[in-house]
Design a protein around this ligand. Structure first.
Ligand SMILES: *Cc1c(COP(=O)(O)O)cnc(C)c1O
Length: 396
């Protein structure tokens, strides 16, 4: 029978709602999905061309486990230019998506009984990856009025002798909020004092609005840099979710351990995808600004319209492509068929009543919210909002 370890894990909630919506679509129902977790833009042509060239050149064999040297150098160059971080190639590991980088870090760092602090709302995979590595997720709920940013006092209170790491994600999926320098400094100080690793998931760094600039916690000082594993990748910044290239940067000993683990599991990420990522890292970057401008328009429209709906409130997100709306006023209300007790019921109600797919806050450890991705067209956002408004008006 299956292992105790496998029994601890549940399937990714965001992926399962997307699956249900796809099934309805396949059955001919016009579903509008706000559940997607990837840019609705196509991978830029120069990146595709680099991949096609790799195939035609016969670059189709095993590569070094942790990535080709040119790609590691390009990533080091990016970390220097964008984040003021110095990493040598042996402090960088290229993996099969940022999710794989996160998993390798969990495998390399956590031992049985270690505690891992995860601020909620969190990205769905953090608690399960922690459990899969025999460690204990310690969930700390952040507050909406704090823009869902972990307060230093909250962190200090959660730290014990068993604390091994804290997982940060900024800009955040699902909230869209990010950490400024002051908030990061406060966390870094506590982490250094208690010798706690920081897993810093910065996959949305390029998707920031209103002129905000991303700061990596690793850039605050050399002490916190030594304790930080920076996680990033090309999925969100270059619309490359299917290519599966992510990376980690950190202390050479930790990266080496991660690489050993990768050498015994996946080996190298796809050779062709690495060439595509090399082009993504070193080629023209104007695509990103175009994408961000479009997301920005949708962000403002979606959030302004959400706030016009009776009983719904949504703070203006600062980054990523999600709106995290408060629907607490609807908890306990009834339709003809069901009582909407929690955010899961709300997601189910909206899917069945309005053919609108979105993800309940409970999937991210935050009850009373829904996450709506605006990685979809303006026309669909408008139609989806109308449907939601009509469906919510039927609840009493
Ligand atoms: C999408 C996402 C990832 C995973 O990215 P991949 O490179 O596609 O594996 C990691 N963290 C967060 C918060 C994400 O939203």
């Amino acid at each position: 029978m299956i292992s105790e370890r496998a029994k601890k894990v549940k399937p990714s909630a965001t992926l399962s709602i997307d699956t249900k919506a796809k099934e309805m679509k396949a059955a001919g129902i016009n579903v509008i999905s706000f559940a997607v977790g990837e840019p609705d833009f196509d991978t830029p042509d120069n990146i595709k061309a680099a991949a096609i060239k790799a195939i035609n050149d016969g670059f189709t064999k095993y590569t070094p486990v942790g990535g080709i040297p040119e790609l590691k150098n390009a990533i080091a160059g990016k970390l220097k230019k964008d984040n003021a971080l110095d990493y040598k190639p042996n402090e960088i590991l290229v993996s099969v998506g940022a999710k794989h980088s996160l998993y390798n870090a969990a495998q390399a760092l956590y031992s049985e009984g270690d505690e891992v602090i995860i601020p909620a709302p969190y990205w769905v995979s953090y608690p399960d990856q922690t459990l899969l590595n025999d460690a204990v997720p310690v969930i700390v709920e952040t507050k909406e009025e704090d823009s869902f940013v972990l307060a230093p006092e909250q962190l200090a209170k959660a730290v014990t002798k068993k604390t091994k790491a804290i997982v940060l994600n900024y800009p955040s999926n699902p909230t869209g909020f990010t950490y400024d320098k002051k908030a990061l400094e406060a966390i870094a100080e506590i982490a250094v004092k208690n010798n706690i690793y920081v897993i810093s998931d910065e996959i949305y760094e390029m998707l920031l609005y209103d002129g905000r600039k991303h700061i990596s916690i690793a850039s605050i000082d050399p002490e916190i840099k030594k304790l930080t594993i920076v996680i990033n990748g090309f999925s969100k910044s270059h619309a490359m979710t299917g290519w599966r290239i992510g990376y980690a940067a950190g202390d050479a000993a930790v990266i080496k351990a991660m690489e050993n683990i990768q050498s015994q599991s996946t080996s190298n990420p796809a050779s062709i995808s690495q060439k595509a990522a090399l082009e993504a890292a070193t080629g023209p970057q104007d695509f990103i600004a175009v994408m961000v401008r479009e997301f920005d328009k949708r962000r403002k429209y979606l959030v302004e319209e959400l706030n016009k709906i009776e009983g719904v409130s949504c703070r203006m997100p600062q980054g990523a492509f999600y709106a995290f709306a408060n629907i607490k006023e609807y908890m306990g209300k009834k339709s003809a068929k069901m009582t909407v007790k929690d955010s899961s019921d709300m997601a189910l109600y909206l899917l069945e009543e309005a053919a609108v797919a979105l993800v309940p806050g409970s999937a991210f450890g935050a009850e009373g919210y829904i996450r709506m991705s605006y990685a979809t067209s303006m026309a669909k956002i408008t139609e989806g909002l109308n449907r939601i408004k009509t469906a919510l008006a039927k609840l009493a």
